[in-house]
Design a protein around this ligand. Structure first.
Ligand code: NAI
Length: 630
């Protein structure tokens, strides 16, 4: 393809993620007793070369002396380097193929290992500008071609001068020597490439900072392998979500910011404006007002189970897909419930508190085994069912009530009404979800139905229990003990005092919403939610979304994907297909799913099409969001 632009690309830490000499050291000095000390010396010499205290030639000579490479080391080196090509280069192979005449690789490294790597990307041998080794008869490296300008200081500049490229020159690299080409007037623009290494001194000189090749191609309106550079997708993770989430999202190329606490509504209204992906836990309230300000928001990841902190209706209307981690911390909640019912049946909390004050109160009064007792579960979902299994293995008799039809596990007995559970159980444990209609599900009337001496546990959601009624029933002795982990109002951060009518009650375990807070659960969640988010962004898949129709989509293969989200009104699919037919577009695959409020239509089409079609699809009435993915 004819183009009046030339792309001059650095090799070490730009084309590849690594410095080739570092990799070479691991190979050529593999069994050498001085491996570590030589590696240190090599790094020192590299720095001296960079800060100008020794010449490039001296630095090359001294490093090669230490590395003692030979021909036999080249093929393992090449193999390693092939595995280390920068991610954004790998996904943009098409760019290299299309513009191969216009792409130059420039390096103070060596042709012998650079050429085989870049050849896979259709880069011509004559477009590789690098040093060359000199070998002796036994294949040992004994030096390099000293006539080559790249073995000298300012070599990149001199090389470019000799090339005398007849058009605009764009240099991409991570080092100061790459910037020098622009400084010498031999390039129109210098792009600091920061995907692998970001050097402040280089960034400050750049015309543009490009965290990936996608960004470079996007800025220059060149063909890109993906529809939008990922580094332009801003991710905001609040409330200390597990670092693994940050790692996964960063590795994907997103621009990730984190904050240790929740934000207030007003703070979030401001921060959300340029955020595409919001990650929260249970504290951050994503209200309709917040969503009004969220014009770039594509998806919310709730790094927890409940999603009632998000106004799901408003999110759906705005076209924001919400994901959560429905079972990543199930086991943790269940283990705590088991532990608490045993502790409460034995009055351990008060006994332990007394011991700390020096009181020895040995007695079996009011202490029971859980074996043989009736456990009543209200809500038989992920947590309820798991607890059912563990409690049975402790010898408890399980009865449950759920508004939905659920499969009874083991010997658990399903009850037709909640009343039946409340009247018969020795231990009552709440595991309903946080829907608004569950507010005060357990109040004065329900406590009145319970057996005297019941143990009551709520690890579900705070608003499910009327706290005043609970307090009175604990004080009266009707409830012999309770464990409460969730509260109608919970402090926004650890700095805020916890205020509750439950403070100071006997045989009462209060915990700060930590039922699911184990390191295992946090890590499970930290892995689960980002994968859902990335799948949604990369493929449009909505499997496990709590508010979007669930569609699991195939990976895009040599096609463009049109993702159309609309109000669920009749005739939209027909309109989409009319527009596609009018433009003679061949549909490769089409998927549709609706829920009560929205419709989600995915159409895969051939890559060549009239771009006018996009405008028309976007303009269909009742469209909520539209995006093209490739
Ligand atoms: P789930 O959605 O799998 O199960 C909830 C079950 O409750 C469903 O089967 C539903 O049909 C049932 N249900 C809803 N309203 C009901 C009602 N009024 N009466 C009877 N059944 C009703 O949810 P999962 O994963 O079991 O979680 C349960 C609760 O635990 C949720 O509220 C969740 O937010 C909370 N949770 C709390 C944690 C903590 O740290 N304390 C950690 C994880 C979850």
């Amino acid at each position: 393809m004819k183009l009046n632009k030339y792309f001059v690309i650095d090799f070490d830490s730009t084309f590849t993620k690594v410095e080739a000499f570092d990799v070479l050291a691991e190979i050529s000095l593999k069994d050498h007793p001085e491996l570590e000390s030589r590696k240190k010396q090599i790094a020192q010499i590299t720095n001296q070369g960079m800060d100008g205290s020794i010449s490039l030639r001296e630095s090359l000579e001294r490093r090669l002396n230490l590395l003692a490479p030979s021909r036999q080391h080249l093929s393992p080196l090449v193999a390693k380097l092939k595995d280390s090509v920068s991610e954004s280069f790998k996904r943009n192979k098409e760019f290299f193929e299309k513009y191969s005449d216009n792409i130059y690789i420039i390096s103070n490294g060596f042709r012998e290992f650079i050429e085989p790597i870049v050849a896979d990307f259709h880069i011509k041998s004559e477009n590789v500008l690098a040093n060359e080794f000199r070998f002796d008869g036994e294949g040992r490296v004994i030096g390099f071609d000293t006539e080559n300008p790249l073995s000298e200081n300012n070599g990149k500049v001199e090389q470019l001068r000799r090339l005398n490229l007849p058009g605009d020159v764009y240099v991409i690299g991570d080092g100061y020597t790459d910037y020098e080409i622009k400084h010498a007037g031999l390039a129109n623009k210098f792009f600091a490439f920061t995907e692998n290494v970001a050097r402040e001194s280089v960034k400050s000189k750049a015309d543009h900072i490009t965290p990936s090749l996608d960004e470079f191609l996007y800025l220059n309106k060149l063909n890109t392998a993906i529809s939008y550079p990922k580094n332009r997708i801003n991710v905001l993770l609040l409330e200390n979500v597990h670092p693994v989430a940050q790692e996964l999202l960063k590795a994907e190329g997103f621009n990730v910011e984190t904050y240790h606490a929740a934000l207030t509504e007003d703070e979030l209204c401001e921060r959300i404006k340029n955020v595409s992906v919001l990650g929260i836990r249970s504290k951050t309230q994503v209200t309709a007002k917040v969503l009004e300000h969220a014009n770039r928001l594509m998806t919310i990841g709730a790094f927890c189970i409940g999603t009632n902190q998000v106004d799901l209706k408003a999110a759906t209307k705005k076209g924001v897909a919400v994901f959560n981690a429905p079972f990543s911390n199930t086991r943790s909640v269940v283990e705590l419930a088991v532990a608490e019912m045993i502790m409460l049946m034995r009055n351990i909390v008060d006994k332990s508190a007394k011991m700390h004050k020096g009181e020895w109160d040995k007695s079996a009064k009011g202490s029971f085994e859980v074996r043989g007792k009736k456990l009543g579960l209200i809500g038989y979902g992920n947590i309820g069912t798991q607890l059912s299994v563990l409690a049975e293995s402790l010898g408890m008799k399980v009865m449950y009530y759920d508004t939905e039809e659920r499969l009874s596990l083991g010997n658990a007995v399903k009850c037709k009404t909640m009343k039946e559970v409340l009247e018969n159980a020795d231990v009552i444990s709440m595991h309903v979800d946080g829907r608004a209609s569950n507010t005060n599900l357990i109040g004065e009337k329900e406590f009145a139905l319970m057996k005297k001496g019941v143990i009551f546990i709520n690890l579900s959601r705070g608003h499910v229990v009327d706290i005043r009624a609970l307090r009175e029933n604990v004080l009266s002795g009707k409830v012999a003990g309770c464990a409460i982990d969730v509260f109608p109002y919970e402090p926004v951060s650890n700095d805020e005092e916890f205020q509750s009518d439950l403070r100071g009650l006997p045989n009462t375990i209060l915990t700060p919403h930590i039922g699911g807070s184990t390191l295992e659960a946090q890590e499970n969640i930290g892995n689960f939610v980002p994968n859902k988010i990335m799948e949604y962004i990369n493929t449009g898949s909505t499997s496990n979304s709590v508010n979007f129709p669930n569609l699991t989509l195939p990976i895009l293969d040599n096609a463009h994907r049109l993702i159309h989200l609309h109000d669920n009104v009749p005739g939209i699919l027909a309109k989409i297909n009319q527009i596609l037919a009018a433009h003679g577009i061949n549909i490769v695959g089409q998927y549709l799913k609706t829920n009560e409020s929205i419709g989600y239509v995915i159409t895969d089409i051939n890559k060549e099409y009239d771009k006018e079609v996009i405008k028309e699809l976007r303009a269909i009435e009742n469209t909520i969001k539209f995006r093209v993915l490739y």
